[in-house]
Design a protein around this ligand. Structure first.
Ligand code: FDA
Length: 319
């Protein structure tokens, strides 16, 4: 109930207008967002790199409604990638296709993405396409496939274990050699498309992780690149210790080298787990968002964990 209400609020423009005016809300969001500026994003990357963690940087933004904003978002990514290359930090980028104009027509988005992926290729970088809500998924995979068909292989996608369709998508994508990030899923989906019960989402996560691990073994177990930018084929993005344990056990049985199994977590969540996995020799990548468009991202993080909401509410009364 609370989760559904928050996921509604994450998309409501009226709520965004109110909440982003509150300075305490911006401060609260800083737990999950590195800052407003690229400099703050890079500072967070350096600190994580110094502790042996790789990063994916997200310049926050989604659901743009005009062509100029979509083009500007792509240009911001070009600047971000230049900065990654110039500073030599161990990072790649993540982006949302609705930020590059997916809802404004397939050509707009593909043109913008093509520029970003080409820029990343100049310094052996990598672009991860985040996965959004179900109405965008077919178009997201079509855009991804179009780029692969053009010869770009420094681009990857994500899959959500709460969706019934993901088993089929995982089979198609692994057969095509895709680099996949597996997540549980962060949006509100109808019951005819997605598992409603957490235990079903978790079981599907374990099953999809096993499928991806087996495919990575069959393909030779390629490791993360030495500069930490190109992820291995299998990236599991979760803070759930039981999911991580199940995947590790399966990977050991299948003899996938540790360096070919990447774990990913969000900035500000389970730093202890990030460090312990890295100490064991797994590549760990932290998803670091920055920018002024923090509202929907932050409210999705509140929806994932009621305790975060109480923190927010107590700050509201304390301000
Ligand atoms: P689960 O929700 O079961 O949480 C397990 C434990 O993790 C909790 O008990 C708690 O300790 C901790 N935890 C989880 N969320 C927390 C929070 N918000 N605050 C504090 N603690 C928290 N989704 C999507 O739809 N498309 C995408 O592209 C991505 N991309 C992405 C990248 C990366 C690197 C990660 C880690 C996650 C995503 N997600 C995503 C979000 C994902 O779908 C999911 O909503 C969250 O990861 C929470 O689910 P968990 O797997 O952590 O499990």
């Amino acid at each position: 109930m609370l989760k559904a209400a928050l996921l509604y609020l994450s998309k409501a423009r009226w709520a965004r207008r109110i909440v982003t005016r509150w300075s305490f809300a911006r401060r609260a969001a800083r737990r999950f967002v590195a800052g407003d500026t690229l400099d703050e994003g890079i500072a967070a990357v350096r600190a994580l790199n110094d502790s042996g963690l790789n990063v994916t940087l997200d310049h926050l933004g989604e659901n743009v409604t005009d062509q100029a904003d979509a083009r500007r978002a792509a240009e911001d990514y070009l600047v971000l990638i230049d900065r990654i290359c110039d500073t030599g930090v161990r990072a790649n980028v993540s982006l949302k296709l609705t930020q590059l104009g997916l809802n404004l027509g397939p050509d707009t988005c593909l043109d913008n993405l093509r520029r970003v992926v080409a820029k990343a290729r100049e310094c052996d970088g990598f672009v991860r396409i985040d996965i959004e809500d179900s109405p965008t998924i077919d178009r997201t995979f079509e855009t991804y496939r179009a780029l692969r068909k053009e010869g770009s292989d420094n681009v990857g996608v994500a899959l959500q274990s709460y969706l019934f369709r993901s088993q089929d998508d995982a089979r198609d994508l692994t057969a095509a050699g895709a680099r996949i990030r597996l997540v549980k899923g962060a949006y509100s989906e109808p019951p005819h498309l997605a598992f409603a019960r957490k235990r079903d989402v978790d079981a599907n996560f374990d099953s999809l992780a096993a499928l991806m691990i087996d495919a990575a073994v069959a393909a030779g177990g390629e490791p993360v690149s030495r500069d930490g930018r190109i992820p291995p084929r299998t990236a599991l993005a979760t803070h759930d210790p039981a999911r991580i344990e199940a995947a590790r056990a399966h990977a050991e049985r299948a003899r996938l080298p540790k360096t070919a199994l990447e774990f990913q977590m969000l900035y500000g969540i389970r730093r202890d787990l990030q460090d312990s996995l890295a100490a064991e020799g797994y590549p760990v990548r932290v998803y670091v968002p920055f920018g002024t468009e923090w509202y929907p991202y932050y409210v999705r993080r509140l929806a994932e964990r009621p305790a975060n909401v109480w923190f927010f509410v107590s700050n509201f009364f304390r301000r």
